[in-house]
Structure formats: structure tokens, C-alpha cells
Design a protein around this ligand. Structure first.
Ligand SMILES: [Zn+2]
Length: 161
């Protein structure tokens, strides 16, 4: 899933656990793997390699890398902003940032593994790769299904809390 979708799920979890930030962060982190198991679409990156055999040790700063970093940065910031906008109350803004960040961290750790393939990143990467759905949706279905999924998560969270 794209980072924005992970962030919204992390924000939803955090909003249901306003008095337990540690549990919210742990469940946000775990939620990443659960929703990556759902068949989905991920936007293509030009130069940064992702996935089971990703290796970014020879990555050099160039135009393609800058565009990739901007795509990932916009995705992460938009997800964080959306999650805070959807779920934060005046007293819970920091918690609403913690849940989404924890939910996005596994993909940052994937990148860390592609640069420094050592434990515990190796084991985490193996798990992430094994749980990640191998079924890739076409972009139209992929984008629309993630919008519907994120909206459903937000609506369901509103009815529960
Ligand atoms: Zn992932």
C-alpha cells in the first residue's frame, strides 16, 4: 500500500487508543504488514529499488533519485496531514502523528535494509516480503481501491469512537 493509506490506518488505530500511545504505535506498526497482505497497487519509483531483492547501496544522487524522494515525501506528508486532519482532537495531535508514523516506518526500514542488510533488518525484510501481496492491481483499480479502503477505515473509526 502507499504510505498515505498506511498513515490513515495508523491514525485510525491511534484515535481508538487515545490513552495508550505505546500500544497505538505497536499496533500501527503491525497494521502495516496486515494491509500490505491485501492485493494493491504501489506507485513505481524510477531509481530506488524496493521489494524482496532491493539493493540501493550503489544509489547516487541524481534527478531520478530526487524525483523518487519527492514522491515518497509527498506521499508520507500527505498521509500524515490527512490522518491528523481526520482523527486529531486539540489534545491528541501528537498521538495522531505517532500512529501514522509507526504505520509508515516498516517501509523506511525496508529502505534501510536495502542499504545495510544486517539483522534485525534482514529478518524484518524477510517477513515484510513474505507477507506483502504478490498480486499487483492495475493503477486505476489500485488507486480507487485504496481511496475506498482509506475512506471506509475513516468512516468506520468515526462510528466506533
Ligand atoms: Zn510495506
Amino acid at each position: 500500500m502507499i504510505l498515505s493509506t498506511h498513515a490513515i490506518v495508523g491514525g485510525a488505530i491511534a484515535s481508538l487508543l487515545p490513552s495508550d500511545p505505546l500500544l497505538a504505535a505497536v499496533l500501527g506498526f503491525v497494521s502495516h504488514f496486515a494491509i500490505d497482505a491485501i492485493p494493491h497497487w504501489d506507485y513505481p519509483l524510477r531509481s530506488i529499488s524496493v521489494g524482496k531483492r532491493a539493493d540501493n547501496r550503489r544509489l547516487r544522487l541524481n534527478r531520478a533519485v530526487i524525483i523518487d524522494v519527492m514522491c515518497v515525501g509527498v506521499d508520507a506528508c500527505a498521509g500524515l496531514a490527512l490522518a491528523v486532519w481526520l482523527f486529531a482532537t486539540p489534545t491528541s495531535a501528537w498521538l495522531m502523528a505517532l500512529g501514522p508514523i509507526a504505520a509508515m516506518v516498516p517501509d523506511a526500514l525496508q529502505f534501510a535494509h536495502s542499504i545495510c542488510p544486517r539483522e534485525p533488518l534482514v529478518t524484518l525484510q524477510r517477513f515484510h516480503g513474505s507477507i506483502h501481496s504478490n498480486r499487483k492491481l492495475a493503477w486505476k483499480l489500485g488507486v480507487s481501491s485504496q481511496i475506498v479502503f482509506a475512506a471506509a477505515v475513516a468512516a468506520l473509526t468515526e462510528t466506533v469512537r
